[in-house]
Design a binder for this molecule. Sequence first.
Ligand SMILES: Nc1ncnc2c1ncn2[C@@H]1O[C@H](COP(=O)(O)OP(=O)(O)O)[C@@H](O)[C@H]1O
Ligand SMILES: *[C@@H]1O[C@H](CO)[C@@H](O)[C@H](O)[C@H]1NC(C)=O
Ligand SMILES: *[C@@H]1O[C@H](CO)[C@@H](O)[C@H](O)[C@H]1NC(C)=O
Ligand SMILES: *[C@@H]1O[C@H](CO)[C@@H](O)[C@H](O)[C@H]1NC(C)=O
Length: 908
Amino acid sequence: MNKKIYKSSTILRDTLISIITITTFLHHVSADDTAIMATLAKSLSPSPPDWSGSNPCKWQGVKCDSSGRISSISLPFKSLSGELPSILNQLSNLKSLHLQNNQLSGPLPSLSNLASLEDVNLDGNNFSSVPPDFLSGLTSLQTFSINNNSNLPPWKIPDTLKDCTSLVSFIAGKANLAGEIPDIFGSLPSLQNLRLSYNNLTGSLPASFSNSGIQNLWLNNQMTGLSGTINVIGTMSQLTEVWLHVNKFSGPIPDLSACTELSDLQLRDNFLTGVIPDSLTKLPKLKTVALQNNVFQGPQPGFSNGVQASLGTSNNFCNPSPGTCDPQVTTLLKVIGALDYPMALAQSWKGNNPCQNWIHISCDLKGSVTVINFAKQNWVGTISPAMANLTELKTILLNDNNLTSSIPDSLTSLKLLQLLDVSNNNLSGKIPQFSSGVTIKTSGNTYIGIDLPPNSPPGSTSNGANNPSGTGTKNGTSSSVSTWVIVVSVVAAILVIMALCLAIYRCYAKKRNARYKWVNGSELGHSEHENETKENVKSTSTSETPIRSSGEKSDFHVYDGGNITIPIEVLREVTNSFSENNILGKGGFGVVYGGQLPDGTRIAVKRMESSIVSDKGMNEFKAEIEVLTKVRHRNLVALHGFCENGNERLLVYEHMPQGSLGQHLLQWEELGLTPLTWNQRMLIALDVARGVEYLHSLAQQSFIHRDLKPSNILLGDNMRAKVSDFGLVRCAPDGKYSVETRLAGTFGYLAPEYAATGRVTTKVDVFAFGVILMEIITGRKALDDSLSDDKIHLVTWFRRLIQNKESVKASLDPTLQPDEETFSSIWKVTELAGYCTAREAQQRPDMSHVVNALSPLVDHWKPTLDEEESIGIDFHMTLPQALQRWKANEDTSSSSSLFTSDFYNSSN
Ligand SMILES: Nc1ncnc2c1ncn2[C@@H]1O[C@H](COP(=O)(O)OP(=O)(O)O)[C@@H](O)[C@H]1O
Ligand SMILES: *[C@@H]1O[C@H](CO)[C@@H](O)[C@H](O)[C@H]1NC(C)=O
Ligand SMILES: *[C@@H]1O[C@H](CO)[C@@H](O)[C@H](O)[C@H]1NC(C)=O
Ligand SMILES: *[C@@H]1O[C@H](CO)[C@@H](O)[C@H](O)[C@H]1NC(C)=O
């Protein structure tokens, strides 16, 4: 208020001063204008034609008012160069200045306090600087245009523009404007045209656009890009042309029903999300609309015939033509609409099937959404009552966000709901009455449980704000003491398990996608199996707790549809009926086929010969595979599932596009591959060591691979390695591979004590890993019959060489040709290979030591944006660490645990 009074008094004072000045020097003023005009004439080159006589009022393009003062200078398209004199703003009666499309250069003159100035056009010149008070005090200014002055240094729209209360048009495209658009539009009631395209304006649309009379809003093509939402557009009812394309706007299109005059809406090339509102398609005067290159979702909008609409192909509309989406999609979009359509979901949720690889969602075998997991996303918004339309929901995780308002009553209608976690939000209001058996977590919501009168701010309620336990199994109104005792103990147990599950869940979060693809895949053929599949889902759910033998089952089923049984029809279809063309390779267990699921996921199907797996012990075998499908690590090839059909057993793995280490190391010439560099070999060795270390560190059931070899080390597109076939030997049924009958493993990689006694410890894998290191160093096979007797067995031969650096140098893989530095790395690995293949198992290092030894030899890590990181999950470390800790409590002596009864377990 004071400021305003001060401002107007300043203006008043200035005006008084000028009136006094004018009246005092009236007869001189004209002379002053003449002098200024003479200066102007001199500084322009060429001097404008006809600017010669002593009376500038007679010069071409110059006009004077009745008092003989200069009122207008108009010299457009005159090829004038030169600079404008800084005293130009002493032409105090100047109303109009048109200098557009010349080559004027140098500093712009200040126009400050030209209180009569109404119309300025400086377009298409080459000015080089903007004075600080350029546009202050221009109270009569109506049109200001400075398009195409790209030689200006970056300048900001001056705050003083708000003095220009008569402003109708402010036009400064390609004028190197930078910074934010000032929030001054409340002071510019007449503004109709704001055209600021092709600058470097940043920040968001100013709040004072709200209710302004702007008709033409051109803010397109900002270099860095304007950002934030475009919500304010919905309040600007005079808009006719809105050009916001090529910026970084995000969030949904607001309700545009107030924008009845809008005829041209350019929103393309932004990051806009959400469903196109009906209010847009129904705009009465709409002629042109461009929406392409955003991340819109929902139904493709249908515009009437007269509208020229560009939708592009990169939006994530549910269907390629207008029409409603699948009901689950519609509902899910309502759910995320209440969260203002988060970008991550807009990018992932494509198509019309939420079970098809949509993040934060999982489904059952029938394709119903059963889990919504929005935990820890920092999303802002409310819980949509529409969520209750997903009738198969079992688990809803909304914890650790910024949700407000209350838990909708509609959720109580979810018959299958088991867990609703809304902890750590800002929810308020009373908790609806869920049926017994639903676990509800509400801790960390200060005002939850308090039935606030509508509109009263949460802070106004004083006492009993906290729900003391924050967790409870809702049981109607009756809660006897004994129920509470049970509840408390269950809660305690659940909390412990949840802590573990959470750790594991984070590890799984990415891999989950692969699992859910399965769920779709299995839809292909099996409606008659519905009952059976339901059974399966159930039984899998109960064994879902990733730590199998923890003795307690958690109700925390984050993974649903964890069904590992995959119908044979699906596998037939994706492998073209096990066609020759789909063969990826052949191995000891059988043939491996490649295939692609309808959603594009590639898989590898290992078809085992029936002789390998007897029917006897099949259940045991299945049980083991069920565990293996849950063993997940980025250096282990994921086992998606299993199929049993007659005598056939099929294992379904994640597809590894670059084949095996064996191929790259030993068969590269035949296959036309480039030999691996030393750095690639080290990266692969470290990946393998990490994968095996993880297997060894699994609690309860320390997996021993037993068949580590280069053909079981598979490579991804980035040449990163994953270990395959883990755990299978162990879980072969009924002593098939026990001491008496046959040794598992492959000759050449067998540790001596294993070969001699069948005694299996993790050190068996360490030995095999040592042999692999030797193969990596020498490029030789573990067993090579073609060589002389003393060289057939790589380990025996190479261990002798280790005595002597020079002979190691002479035995390296000839493709390596190392320099000194590389050789020192090779030498360290040589020594490590020696330790790993020590005769005495106890003398071999643990896999974790191997990891530690190899890590420093691998080229420095470079940041890459892989999906794991973008989800923000620390998925490499958490599971093994959590399990190691878990394990530490179980058996204190780790060395003895390595020699425990793994072997005996497997054979009894
Ligand atoms: N998941 C997979 N992705 C791609 N190729 C695979 C996959 N699994 C196996 N292969 C190919 O099939 C070959 C045989 O595999 P496998 O039966 O595991 O070998 P082995 O019995 O020798 O361990 C591998 O060497 C590899 O080329
Ligand atoms: C604009 O001025 C700069 C120097 O300030 C000069 O290098 C450039 O050539 C001029 N551009 C035009 C189109 O006159
Ligand atoms: C645009 O503005 C941003 C931030 O203000 C700045 O970092 C960037 O360098 C500018 N770009 C150009 C091309 O001037
Ligand atoms: C749930 O779905 C029905 C029909 O599919 C629809 O009429 C209803 O509005 C939906 N409820 C909510 C809250 O979206």
